[in-house]
Design a binder for this molecule. Structure first.
Ligand code: NAP
Length: 290
């Protein structure tokens, strides 16, 4: 068997084009603020890519670069300024922040209606309660779009998510549960991880360990989603899955790069447009428009 390679780049491009059309149809120009603290090279690249993607989607970007030694209060003041700015509909604090700052506390200061990363308590809570109407974390949202590009009905399928971070693993597990999968959240204390993974019809790996998931961890015919971003021994970008070996066992698989990665930015743009649309609706209602 040779798996279908899920083309995240093309699917993300389609989503970005849709986002640009949605943005153009709004009565307001959507705005995204990105806050970067310090000079971590990887974070600088991520922020640059996010700003560039905004331009292509008709979203105004606001960039705030703060020095690495900035205080918690100064970052909080920057977040508050964007919370108060009516031209900003989405705020993203690029993580991780330097160790002397409490990143989680700062994320919680972002107004829920502008929390386009979906990491605040209000949006994470809406996801868990299944109320809808919240902003869903970008990478799991993107991973779910990729899963649905190959599986039309997820109901009753066994899903295993390796990793339980707030950023990815927990919201991913919730999204799979909402689709009526039987979900296992695996992590560093999981016993016999290989056997747990072998049960999965959908296997999602988000650990940060190069090529950890081997071919004999994968049920024949499974859909394998690789979230990890690592460097292999030759310095090449690779995921958490041993792609070359696993593609001979799985029915579908995401590559790294070109799988989940491009979906994250596309979903960030999508969340920003959703946030702007919700603001426009609230303003219209407040001014008595039908
Ligand atoms: P994280 O916060 O470091 O979480 C890693 C998770 O993996 C933890 O839950 C940890 O378990 C688990 N883990 C560690 N070693 C393990 C092992 N040997 N066996 C089983 N589980 C193990 O990382 P993250 O933020 O979720 O990111 C995970 C990976 O995805 C990273 O490579 C990151 O770069 C990538 N990522 C990519 C994107 C994208 O846009 N493509 C977005 C986000 C993240 P414990 O909880 O028990 O410690």
């Amino acid at each position: 068997m040779s798996a279908i390679i899920i083309d995240g780049k093309t699917i993300a491009q389609g989503l970005r084009e849709q986002v640009a059309r949605d943005a153009a149809a709004l009565p307001v120009k959507p705005g995204l603020a990105v806050i970067l603290v310090g000079d971590d090279p990887a974070s600088q690249i991520y922020v640059r890519n996010k700003i560039k993607a905004c331009e292509g989607a008709g979203i105004r970007s606001f960039e705030s670069r703060l020095p690495g030694k900035v205080s918690q209060a100064e970052v909080a003041a920057e977040i508050q300024a964007f919370n108060d700015n009516p031209n900003v509909h989405g705020i993203l604090l690029q993580l991780p922040v330097p160790a002397h700052l409490d990143g989680n506390k700062l994320v919680q200061m972002i107004a829920p209606e502008k929390d386009v990363d979906g990491l605040g308590i209000v949006n994470a809570g809406k996801l868990i309660l299944g109320t809808g109407g919240g902003l869903v974390a970008c990478t799991p949202q993107g991973a779910m779009i990729l899963i649905k590009s190959v599986l039309k009905d997820l109901s009753g399928l066994e899903a295993v998510v390796i990793g339980r971070s707030n950023l990815f693993g927990k919201p991913m597990a919730q999204l799979l549960l909402q689709e009526n999968c039987t979900v296992t959240s695996a992590h560093s204390r999981t016993k016999d991880l290989r056997e747990v993974c072998k049960r999965a019809d959908i296997l999602v790996a988000a650990v940060g360990r190069a090529k950890m998931v081997k071919a004999d961890w994968v049920k024949p015919g499974a859909c394998v989603i690789d979230v990890g971003i690592n460097r292999d021994e030759a310095g090449q970008l690779c995921g958490d899955v041993d792609f070359a070996a696993v593609k001979g066992v799985a029915s579908s698989i995401t590559p790294v790069p070109g799988g989940v990665g491009p979906m994250t930015i596309a979903c960030l743009l999508s969340n920003t447009v959703l946030a702007a649309a919700a603001t426009a609706k609230r303003r219209a209602k407040a001014s008595g428009e039908p």
